[in-house]
Design a binder for this molecule. Structure first.
Ligand SMILES: [Zn+2]
Length: 471
């Protein structure tokens, strides 16, 4: 029996105003080669200046992923030739990265993070039929590279790890991590060994994978490929391979270069990055709550299920609405239900971003109070939320305007219940035969007759009483 040892190198593009070493803007969509200057074009004599925000963002991520922050770190030149790399080298960090020795816990297991370092992105090649063009807008955009130890054991774990990194970066406000825009990419290292063995075998790397599903498939296929080679008496050579997602297979790119091939040396044009105590303290105090601590807080303090906690925590807007509503005294579970059922249904229907939800947590708190005080039914709350997307009225105003107030008038509800009983002989006889779920159907019919406004608990009690008398 074999097991896979998977390591990831995840690149995330930082959401800074300007590039890593010059003042050109970072814009996803702008005219080709419009965001360039002598520095990011690599013209002779141009001098880089490090973007302070990129350093701050690296520290935020390092703290969130339990890393030690190196108080003095250096930049290095990683030399290689490629047409989208105008300088002929990439400014990166080598031995002395800004964040080292971190970890995150996934399903109760520690996944070690070797380091997080700052580096610059390359330009983009645009291949046309008989020529290739280069857009340098992306050249010099700041990236963080997160390098794990080969601690992941399966493609599922790798997926959870990648989702956690994405949610963490988004919660910290440092990257949007949209994979379809190339703002998050990863290289996957896979080796296999017999279960119980301690030593790592030779690994293969697959470069520039740009979707979670491609990462999963590449890991699965590569694991199978290596096991097959070993089973047939062969051995694994260290290689860089390219994952061809369309054909579901990897192809050899090159036999793996060694670190020495890049002739790393300290970047002579940039001074060391020295982080003062005061600045580190300030960053700690001001940074937004990281995703994983939000999940923990929702499970422990709000008593949410793991699924609900991770779903709400993974969206900055939903989690701020929840926290704000709870701050106004609302019940956390009730608000979570409203968010994940009614609010998200409308967000998906309208194909809108959650950041554009037009109401605040205080309104949600007001709405959940109307439900807990039995002034409206849970079903009617859905109608109120629909209106909250369309108008600036408060939940109470909407309830008045739309006549959504819950009906608790016993005589009226009894009359409705009698009608429903006479119209649904089959369900009534089912109920009398002991099929208790027939009662739920009858309650539903009463709710329908009252446009969702009947108090469901009261209706249920009235139906039970009437049906008992009849027997
Ligand atoms: Zn520039």
């Amino acid at each position: 029996m074999y097991e896979a040892c998977i390591g990831l190198e995840v690149h995330i593009e930082l959401d800074t105003f300007s590039k890593a070493f010059c003042s050109c803007p970072v814009k996803y969509k702008s005219e080709i080669n419009s965001c360039v200057c002598p520095v990011c074009m690599g013209l002779p004599g141009a001098m880089p200046v490090l973007n302070k925000k990129a350093v701050e963002y690296a520290i935020r991520l390092g703290l969130a992923l339990n890393c030690s922050i190196n108080r003095t770190s250096y930049h290095a030149r990683k030399n290689y030739f490629y047409p989208d790399l105008p300088k002929g080298y990439q400014i990166s960090q080598g031995e002395n990265s800004i964040c080292i020795n971190g970890f995150i816990e996934i399903e109760g297991r520690k996944i070690r993070i070797n380091r997080i370092h700052i580096e610059e992105d390359a330009g983009k090649l645009i291949h046309e039929k008989d020529r290739t063009l280069i857009d340098f807008n992306r050249a010099g955009v700041p990236l963080l590279e997160i390098v794990t130890e080969p601690d992941l054991k399966s493609s599922e774990e790798a997926k959870i790890f990648l989702e956690t990194i994405r949610n963490t970066a988004i919660s910290l406000g440092i990257s949007q991590c949209r994979m379809e825009r190339g703002q998050m990419r990863c290289d996957v290292n896979v080796s296999v060994r017999k279960k119980g063995e301690q030593a790592l075998n030779e690994r293969c790397e697959m470069k520039n994978i740009n979707s979670f599903s491609a990462a999963l498939r590449s890991i699965e296929r590569e694991t199978e490929r290596q096991i097959e080679i070993i089973e047939n008496g062969g051995s694994i050579r260290r290689e860089t391979r390219k994952w061809d997602d369309a054909n579901q297979k990897s192809v050899l790119l090159r036999s793996k270069e060694e670190v020495g091939d890049y002739r790393y040396f300290t970047e002579p044009d940039l001074p060391p990055v020295v982080i003062a105590d005061e600045w580190l303290q300030k960053i700690k105090q001001e940074m937004p709550e990281p995703y994983l601590s939000k999940v923990r807080r929702y499970e422990e303090d709000y008593d949410l299920s793991k699924y609900d906690a991770t779903t709400v925590a993974s969206d900055v807007k939903l989690s701020s609405l929840l926290d704000e509503a709870v701050g106004c005294g609302a019940d956390a579970k009730m608000v979570t239900n409203l968010l994940l059922s009614f609010v998200m249904r409308i967000v998906n229907e309208k194909e809108m971003e959650t950041s554009n939800i037009p109401f605040n947590g205080e309104s949600l708190a007001e709405l959940s109070a109307l439900i807990s005080k039995n002034e409206i039914s849970y079903t009617a709350a859905g109608v109120v939320i629909e209106q909250m997307f369309e108008s600036k009225l408060s939940p109470s105003e909407i309830v008045l305007l739309k006549g959504l107030g819950q009906i608790s008038d016993k005589a009226f509800l009894e009359e409705t219940a009698r009608k429903v009983i006479s119209e649904n002989e089959k369900s009534v006889s089912d109920y009398k035969k002991g099929k208790t779920n027939a009662l739920g159907y009858l309650v539903g019919q009463c709710m329908r007759k009252t446009g969702g406004k009947a108090n469901p608990a009261l209706v249920k009690a009235i139906l039970e009483k009437l049906l008992e008398v009849e027997t």
